[in-house]
Design a protein around this ligand. Structure first.
Ligand code: GTP
Ligand code: MG
Length: 547
């Protein structure tokens, strides 16, 4: 199969760009690669003499910039419960009506869902705090409070959610309850007697402080958790949302509302003047990070033509300019493999069995020599490359020795890989002591103190970057671009020969790494600016994604 595909590339593409190659074509194999993909009408031109399309050769100001963020820290807060109500029935001829205060509504829940179509975390990065609605307070006539509104966080597929710290107010209350219960059992005579605690009790409006001493407070009811809390992921949370989710996942259940005064009626006190306050919601700070940025990552030197290639492959309007560093943040485009009839033309299945009818391409900023030493913002860009499943090295055939350019790119990539390896080893040693829940502090005897403990660190330190497949073991190929320009043919031939030698093992892998992927790296000659030759890329990427 690899051999067949090698022929297919030289057989079908070269005639577009290098007519002399046509003599040695293997047209029977070529059929598979000529994918009848929907191309923008202007890009259907096949002659190099036609005027270039303005979409693929736009002016410098013809672009749209999509904001992008691949990681962010969020504070998630489940809704607090509404307070219980102290109220009594008031009716003509009923002098002292019974208690009829409603319970407080429970707080809103926070859910998360990975969905198709999202490619960036920038919307969440801007929000920082995500808070579900608080439950409404209970009302008279035994009217319960309304539930707080739920919040749904939608994230791109491939997002990892890692917990940095959490504050669960219920833990402190549960601990306090356990302690007072033990104490109460020792003194049976005191059973049922509690004291006023302003953070937990609400009293009848207008009750003056001196009156509080005369009111007999019952023992505080045991802290209650919403039954949904059992569905929350275990702490510390670590979620790998690598599939499209049909239903959202609960990550923080809303707190329970307070109890209305009818709950505290006893044979001795039929008109209790107290209700409980609603509980506080769970707070968690989490770090979201995109594990997979895109299926295909375009790696190349500045000005190689990556953004133009992305435009030719997808509907993206990435900025194109004839100078280095036109692109300063990744652009993710989607290549739809569909001919408007809803039937994918290039079929492939994802690892989870889902039919793949599109793939995403990330055009990352250009790499320069010593990028692994963070030159030219190199580390940030290399990090994006690490998160693509398949790599396409975009080499400008008109900018000198293509093999040297490929080797330079690989050198930077493999230096970065070695550096990340060292970083990850150090991190694994540290990891066991990193996590510390914020509310794991020694219990205090005063409940009010416990409720008012400082909660979350407002600006938690980011967690280290996630590890992923080593770059050198990812499948890769070369897109030899600007093949429409004169005198590029020899350069392409040398490049193709070099790759053949790498496959055969005559030449070492350009990364010089032991377990590097060398099964079938191809060199695809294209003219991105004329959308010629790019139509084989989808099939090639699909085959590599399937590996
Ligand atoms: N002749 C020709 N010119 C091309 C081709 N592809 C890109 N160019 C031109 O090369 C220049 C750079 O293209 P870009 O797509 O901006 O390059 P880039 O790799 O994204 O550059 P950076 O974002 O700066 O890293 C532009 O002037 C393009 O018009 C091609 O296939 N043929
Ligand atoms: Mg660019």
């Amino acid at each position: 199969m690899p051999a067949a595909r090698a022929y297919c590339l030289s057989g079908t593409l070269a005639p577009f760009l290098y007519p002399a190659f046509a003599e040695s074509t293997l047209l029977s194999i070529s059929r598979r690669c000529l994918v009848p993909r929907r191309m923008p009408s202007h890009s259907r031109c096949s002659s190099t003499t036609e005027t270039p399309s303005s979409r693929l050769d736009p002016t410098a100001d013809d672009y749209s910039l999509t904001p992008f963020a691949d990681r962010c820290i969020l504070t998630i807060e489940a809704g607090g419960g509404g307070h219980g109500c102290v109220s009594f029935l008031r009716e003509k001829y009923i002098e002292e009506g019974p208690a009829n205060g409603g319970d407080g509504g429970s707080g809103g829940n926070v859910y998360i869902q990975a969905v198709r179509g999202e490619t960036s975390l920038h919307k969440l990065a801007r929000r920082r705090l995500i808070k579900a609605g608080r439950g409404r307070n209970g009302q008279g006539k035994v009217k319960g409070g309304e539930r707080g509104t739920d919040i749904l966080i939608t994230v791109p597929i491939g997002t990892i959610v890692r917990e940095i710290q959490r504050h669960d107010p219920m833990l402190a209350l549960e601990e306090e309850h356990r302690r007072t219960k033990r104490y109460g059992e020792d003194e049976p005579g005191e059973e049922g007697k509690g004291s006023y605690n302003k953070t937990r009790w609400l009293v009848y409006p207008g009750t003056i402080p001196s009156e509080l001493n005369r009111i007999t407070f019952p023992r505080l009811p045991p802290p209650r958790r919403s039954h949904l809390a059992a569905l929350e992921p275990e702490a510390p949370m670590w979620l790998d949302l690598d599939k499209h989710m049909e239903t959202p996942l609960l990550i923080a259940a809303g707190a329970m509302g307070g109890l209305g005064n009818p709950h505290f009626m006893t044979p001795h006190n039929s008109r209790p003047k107290m209700a409980t306050r609603g509980d506080q919601g769970l707070k968690i700070s989490v770090q979201l990070e995109l594990k997979i940025l895109a299926d295909l990552g375009l790696v190349g030197l500045p000005n190689a033509g990556k953004s133009t290639l992305l435009r030719a492959l997808s509907n993206s309007r990435a900025r194109v300019g004839n100078w280095a560093f036109t692109t300063l943040q990744p652009n993710v485009g989607t290549v739809v493999l569909d001919n408007h009839k809803g039937r994918p033309l290039v079929t492939s299945r994802r690892p989870n069995g889902e039919l793949r009818d599109n793939f995403t391409v990330a055009d990352v900023p250009g790499l320069i020599e010593d990028a692994h030493k963070d030159k030219g913002l190199g580390l940030g860009f290399l990090r994006h490359i690490e998160r693509a499943a398949v790599l396409a090295f975009v080499i400008d055939l008109s900018a000198g020795d293509a093999v040297a350019a490929l080797k330079l790119l690989w050198r930077e990539v493999s230096e970065y890989e070695a550096m990340r390896g060292r970083e990850l080893n150090a991190e694994t040693e540290r990891r066991t002591v990193v996590y510390q829940p914020a509310n794991m502090m020694p219990p205090s005897s005063d409940a009010s103190e416990l409720v008012e403990t400082p909660t979350l660190d407002p600006s938690p330190k980011p967690l280290p970057f996630l590890s992923s497949t080593p770059i050198s073991s990812k499948p890769w190929f070369v897109v030899a671009t600007k093949a429409d320009l004169e005198y590029t043919r020899d350069n392409y031939q040398v490049l193709q020969q070099y790759l053949q030698n790498v496959i055969k093992g005559i030449e070492p892998h350009p990364s010089n790494r032991k377990h590097a992927w060398r099964r079938n790296p191809q060199a695809v000659p294209v003219s991105a600016i004329k959308a010629e030759g790019v139509e084989v890329i989808p099939q090639l990427v699909m085959d590599m994604l399937e590996e």
